[in-house]
Design a protein around this ligand. Sequence first.
Ligand SMILES: Cc1cc2nc3c(=O)[nH]c(=O)nc-3n(C[C@H](O)[C@H](O)[C@H](O)COP(=O)(O)OP(=O)(O)OC[C@H]3O[C@@H](n4cnc5c(N)ncnc54)[C@H](O)[C@@H]3O)c2cc1C
Length: 496
Amino acid sequence: MTIDAIVIGSGIGGLVTATQLAAKGAKVLVLERYLIPGGSAGYFERQGYRFDVGASMIFGLGQNGTTNLLTRALSAVKVSQEAIADPVQIHYHLPQGLDLKVDRVYEKFLQNLIAHFPHEDQGIRRFYDECQKVFKCLNSMDLLSLEEPRYLLRVFFQHPLACLGLAKYLPQNAGDVARRYIKDPQLLRFIDMECYCWSVVPSDMTPMINAGMVFSDRHYGGVNYPKGGVGQIAQKLVEGLEKAGGKIEYQARVTKIVTEQGKAVGVQLANGKVYRGKRIVSNATRWDTFEQLLPAEEMPHNEKKWQQNYQKSPSFLSLHIGVKESVLPAGTECHHILLEDWEKMTAAEGTVFVSIPTLLDSDLAPNGYHIIHAFTPHWIDDWKKLSPSEYEAKKEDAAWRIIDRLEKIFPGLDTGLDYLEVGTPRTHRRFLGRQDGTYGPIPRRKLRGLLNMPFNRTAIPGLYCVGDSTFPGQGLNAVAFSGFACAHRIAVDLGL
Ligand SMILES: Cc1cc2nc3c(=O)[nH]c(=O)nc-3n(C[C@H](O)[C@H](O)[C@H](O)COP(=O)(O)OP(=O)(O)OC[C@H]3O[C@@H](n4cnc5c(N)ncnc54)[C@H](O)[C@@H]3O)c2cc1C
């Protein structure tokens, strides 16, 4: 069998590319180094608990519009995923008593925020309404490859105003738009946190296109939790891939992208096996792709330039906790963000992110217990050169510092603990195959919105990238977008 496309990695970006291509009749092979699919959207099981390794706040599982890309990717290969609506995106616990819930209902969220900043009533509405404008443009068109001129032309003629609207926002950052309408410094810090909690940079460096998407879709398609855990999305995509004739191999670590006369023609696995394909897609990060799978000394000029513009974000320290249900006060929401000092927002152990998916799907824990996944940024450099006992001691110290802080929102957490597993940047590097365990690329300095984020084609003919180091960036729905775009571009290139 001649393989049309070999996909390195079964993260959501890789799987959406693979399923889209298989649905168009291409012969697709996915090679995954780990035991199960999903990458950062995978799961693991311990003592009756099913933990999400990373993502738990899921966009893209809605039913309407065009931005529900996970729903669309699943249905393209005739599978579906039950989704449980989350009534509140985030419960913020911020400095100076800024305690606030982002309600699924837009007007309710605005009212909650305006109650804290009544003097900024107009500014708040104008900023978030402008985000809605971006979203309406995105949500009116099919989201495919921006590298395909005929698609761009078609979309432009079908939706000229939406296209012009998006072109206007493409070079802008959310912070600039916020500052046009809002003056209160504490409110601007809140907008920074609204961006930071998914882009891991403040609003000045967060592209307006991404902000428009997140700040609006949470009130449109909403945040929905996949029944059975986040890992189900990847499992279902694999089921659909196989139904459509595609194949996946696990424990298949690609060590090299094979090139001939400068063109990508295949891959080599750690066990020496070589596969050849018409097109090669890397779902590994750009750093892994161009420094590990290809010779670093031959890195194309545009990749060097990309590395000058973008750096690796920190990784995370993750606490996967099982607790007695009595620990959670009545009315506790699924997702929380905790910060005590604005100056520490971007620091290691500054912001703590918390997800309690069992509040939406109780089957993920034994009866009478809940899962708490708490994570906070950490750099791999702080976890290097430690002996095994030093590493364990450092993990334990860090975990208890976080648990102490969580006691403020969940009093009695310490005594209600049933299970605790701590992951570090080293764990993320090892199990997710991501250089330094990074969450993804972040701008080194203020850039012009999304203009510098690369699409799927690379300088190496036959090689494409997909996932969070391509347009439009991190997050499950974002990498699904990148997967749709990548498959679209390859299908056109292959004449499918
Ligand atoms: C702690 C944490 C919390 C998060 N929370 C959220 C959230 O709430 N909502 C949200 O939308 N997003 C969240 N994210 C981000 C989101 O999970 C990622 O942006 C997204 O899953 C990345 O998908 P991807 O396809 O780019 O790659 P990955 O998920 O990194 O998948 C890449 C795959 O490729 C495989 N691979 C790599 N190299 C090779 C190789 N050489 N050979 C074979 N296979 C290889 C890996 O094993 C992996 O399976 C979170 C991430 C983390 C880490």
